[in-house]
Design a protein around this ligand. Structure first.
Ligand code: THU
Length: 133
């Protein structure tokens, strides 16, 4: 599956966003090794800190179907941004732990801009399980 196709799936997920407070809809689509795609969108709440980002929902959706970090080939993220949609800090931390070093993180927007990065590009020198030993 190419980058554009996975971003199309992320756009489909974005349609399911529940974002009545920010009016900022984010969609994500995760591609696993067996070809299955797991979607996520941001889901907000009147109690603002409970809002959950689209990319984390996609990752958690995949894990709830038994996907392991080594199975995650790519994660596409899309929003209606001027530049490609860049994950928040919390999502970067989760991406680094739950994806793998080779996972392609495909950042996009509705205009068709695309940038492909790795988890480590997003969060160099990160805190990880290694630090807990
Ligand atoms: N949001 C995401 O879904 N992903 C990000 O990486 C950035 C922010 C959501 C959270 C909230 O629902 C809305 O975008 C505005 O911050």
């Amino acid at each position: 599956m190419n980058e554009k196709l996975l971003l199309e799936k992320a756009k489909e997920a974005r349609e399911l966003s529940y974002s009545p407070y920010s009016h900022f809809a984010v969609g994500a689509a995760l591609l696993s090794r067996d070809g299955t795609i797991y979607k996520g969108a941001n889901i907000e709440n009147a109690s603002y800190p409970l809002c959950m980002c689209g990319e984390r929902n996609a990752i958690y959706n995949a894990y709830m179907h038994g996907v392991k970090k080594e199975d995650i080939l790519a994660l596409a993220i899309v929003a209606d941004t001027d530049n490609v949609c860049s994950p928040c800090g919390a999502c970067r931390q989760v991406i680094c732990e739950l994806c793998n070093d080779e996972t392609k993180i495909i950042l996009g927007n509705l205009k068709g801009d695309i940038k492909v990065v790795t988890p480590k590009d997003l969060l160099p020198f990160s805190f990880s399980s290694e630090d807990l030993k």
